[in-house]
Design a protein around this ligand. Structure first.
Ligand code: SF4
Length: 300
């Protein structure tokens, strides 16, 4: 199907567009694209607040809502990130990534099922009234299109996605990916063109903004947690959780141990005495371990 034909079909065939924003660049660009190309009244925007986001991201969501003059529905899962960890007594990891599944994917699926009239009981989210309000504004058995900010150049898996899926098995709705073939530069340029600032966390050196900290946090993000006053609360929240359940935030290291490890390596690098190729390989491997488990589109 040609681009114009696809756009016309998307404009005419659906009663509602489900757009999830995380405060990240890709979901923001996707939202801007939707507001530019689709009927605004059909665009419903959701932010799932799992209680592990930086206050900078929460402020950014408010900023987006004000600048775009479009409502962003805040959805809270039944259990926050901290409540879930306290219940499970261990942290999620690249090998047991239950945070994304239980705190983001399941609530999103539940919202969609309620809006489609396929489910009546709300089990995974707190904001019953808000969802019912949206449902009541839709026709019976509404046709809902999920629009997501996945980009092909993020990973091999994502490069195999198509721009438009009929009845996607995960969401059980049709799915559209308008920025699939955009580069990172395209995304930032689009935000600039639309006069929308990116989340300030990017300027501070973060590559992920969905949770702060995320279990995939990079060195720069961990350093920010310990060295920037803005993140004191986020750091203390995780350290307190570590103490309460007696487990480490990362697989082999606590948050503090990871920070100390980063600082030690920096010192070694500066002295250029002990930074052996073995150390470098180890560091590289750690980073690769994190990067090879690529994020689902719910976590940006
Ligand atoms: S952003 Fe990271 S910590 Fe948060 S839900 Fe996703 S994978 Fe888990």
């Amino acid at each position: 199907m040609k681009n114009n034909e696809l756009l016309n079909k998307i404009k005419s065939d659906y009663d509602m567009y489900y757009v999830a924003v995380s405060g990240g660049k890709d979901s923001t660009a996707t939202l801007l694209w939707c507001l530019d190309n689709l009927p605004k009244e059909k665009i419903k925007v959701f932010f799932i607040d799992i209680g592990n986001e930086s206050t900078i991201t929460l402020d950014y969501i408010r900023y987006l809502e004000q600048e775009l003059k479009h409502r962003i529905w805040r959805i809270t899962p039944k259990k926050t990130f901290s409540e879930l960890i306290l219940e499970k007594k261990f942290f999620p990891s690249p090998y047991a990534r239950f945070c994304t599944n239980l705190l983001k994917i399941e609530p999103a699926k539940e919202i969609l099922n309620i809006l489609k009239g396929k489910k009546k009981n709300i089990e995974n989210i707190k904001n019953t009234d808000q969802i019912i309000k949206i449902k009541n504004s839709l026709p019976k058995n509404p046709k809902i299109l999920v629009i997501t900010g996945v980009r092909a150049d993020e990973s091999l898996t994502r490069s195999k996605y198509s721009q438009y899926d009929k009845n996607n098995p995960l969401t059980q709705t049709d799915v559209f990916r308008p920025i699939l073939y955009w580069s990172v530069e395209d995304v930032f340029n689009y935000l600039k063109e639309k006069k929308i600032k990116p989340n300030p966390l990017y300027e501070m050196g973060c590559s992920r903004v969905g949770c702060f900290p995320c279990i995939f946090a990079k060195e720069k993000e961990i350093k920010l947690l310990f060295e920037n006053q803005n993140f004191e609360y986020d750091r203390k929240r995780i350290i307190l959780l570590e103490e309460k359940i007696g487990r480490k935030f990362f697989i082999h290291k606590s948050l503090k141990e990871k920070y100390n490890y980063i600082k030690r390596n920096e010192k070694k690098e500066n002295l250029s005495l002990f930074n052996t190729s073995k150390d470098k390989e180890k560091e590289k491997k750690e980073d690769t371990d994190i990067c090879t488990v690529k994020g689902f589109s719910f976590c940006e």
